[in-house]
Design a protein around this ligand. Structure first.
Ligand code: PGA
Ligand code: ZN
Length: 421
């Protein structure tokens, strides 16, 4: 039973307002959740409410969303008994009444949903990941962390077009060794960038933001930094995952801007093919724009048997969109973000759709984050095998990896690595 629900405006990692939701239950349990926010958002994402008052935070305030939690949502939920957090999610979906959570705000709904799941786990005396595994019917597993160590696109003020270059320690024997690999390569990468005269300031997700244009130049330095630590570049050691976030690269003429060139979708696929032949890239997320479904079919046919072809903006954690993609052979993997769809229950539905279709999946943070670590438990509980939360640096990124480490240390028998199949 919920006795109190309260939202306040706090700051995210980009100095923009976001919501913190506190939920109290009848037995005195009190939990809190922080809401993340993206910058390279998909157009079909659930819609976060921003106040639009130019006098506060350039219109980015979230007092309206907080008011919806403290007013309408609190009135609808407090005093009522719910058998589970899923029932609370269903009540939220019904109360909002829109497909995109645009009436109450996806930020308000997400905050309440995260808090509800955390409260159910606390009341039951379970770890959050254990509750999520039970609800999803999955076997818990520690995921392979994907450390975003070079930032570009809309996450950094450099000239690099691809948004994310991630280290994937697929060959690590354990989570703690994977974290060590990420941190050690990060340190070597910093040394190499400095030696080459690059600034080592950080982008939004804690990766370096060097003044490099060509993705191949970043991939070369990254591969060298992996080798510097004595590790093998590739799936046996440390592989690389890319998120070009190509929706952001496509101009109104339908061509993709890359390092001064303007490429057709097929030319960009050619470029990816060459990249995967020369560098240890194992996964490409959002390789084409979210509305280029025919291009995605060709991308998947060309590269899908060699690399993970992952959809983020194109799928927006929406079970119906993923189901449509499966039917059209679009991608073979999905990125999972709770606030793209708005509730944990719908997120678990999207993850079930992936599992049943043989699509791999990766649980993800947003570029605007708080210290909340819910997504680490979500990745472990659902056993999805892959996780990204930015660089092994910056508190809001490291908080998630540290939560994974905490779970790993407390439960040494949990398996680690990519999910089978
Ligand atoms: P976003 O980017 O959180 O800014 O949307 C993350 C991603 O594209 O994976
Ligand atoms: Zn992405």
């Amino acid at each position: 039973r919920i006795t109190q629900l309260q939202a306040v405006e706090i700051l995210d990692s980009r100095a923009r307002p976001t919501l913190a939701v506190a939920l109290t239950t009848g037995d005195g349990t009190r939990v809190r959740a922080g809401v993340p926010s993206g910058a390279s958002t998909g157009s079909r994402e659930a819609v976060e409410l921003r106040d639009g008052d130019p006098a506060r935070y350039s219109g980015q305030g979230v007092l309206e969303g907080a008011g919806n939690v403290n007013g309408e949502i609190a009135r609808a939920l407090t005093g009522r008994s719910f058998a589970s957090a899923t029932d609370i999610d269903r009540a939220l979906i019904e109360l909002d009444g829109t497909d995109t959570k645009s009436r109450l705000g996806a930020n308000a709904v997400t905050g309440v949903s995260l808090a509800a799941w955390r409260a159910e786990a606390a009341v039951a005396g379970r770890e959050l990941w254990q509750l999520l595994a039970r609800a999803a019917g999955t076997s818990p597993r520690l995921p392979v962390p994907h450390f975003n160590v070079v930032n570009g696109g809309v996450h950094a003020a450099n000239s690099l077009d691809f948004q994310e270059f991630m280290l994937a320690p697929l060959g690590a024997p354990s989570l703690s060794e994977a974290v060590r690999a990420g941190a050690e390569v990060y340190a070597r990468l910093k040394a190499r960038l400095s030696a080459d005269g690059h600034a080592t300031g950080l982008g939004d997700e804690g990766g370096f933001a060097p003044a490099l244009d060509r993705p191949e130049d970043v991939l070369r330095i990254l591969t060298e930094a992996i080798t510097d630590t004595g590790r093998t570049p590739g799936r046996e050691g440390v592989a690389i995952a890319l998120d070009p976030a190509a929706s952001e690269l496509r101009g109104p003429d339908g061509r993709y801007r890359l390092a001064g060139d303007q490429l057709s979708g097929d030319q960009l696929i050619d470029r990816y093919e060459a990249i995967t032949e020369h560098y240890p890239v194992w996964s490409i997320e959002d390789g084409l724009a979210e509305d280029d479904w025919d291009g995605w079919v060709r991308l998947t046919a060309r590269l899908g048997d060699r690399v993970q072809v992952m959809g983020d903006d194109i799928f927006v954690t929406n079970p119906a969109v993923i189901a449509e993609a499966v039917g059209r052979k679009v991608a073979n993997s999905a990125l999972i973000k709770v606030n793209q769809i708005g509730t944990v229950t719908e997120t678990l539905d999207a993850m079930r759709t992936c599992r049943e279709s043989g699509y791999t999946q990766m649980v993800s943070h947003r570029s605007g984050e708080t210290e909340d670590t819910f997504i680490a438990d979500l990745a472990v509980g659902t056993g999805c095998g892959q996780f990204k939360s930015g660089a092994p640096a910056r508190g809001e990124r490291v908080a998630k990896y540290n939560r994974l480490l905490e779970i790993a240390h407390a439960h040494p028998r949990l398996p680690f690595g990519l999910a089978a199949g």
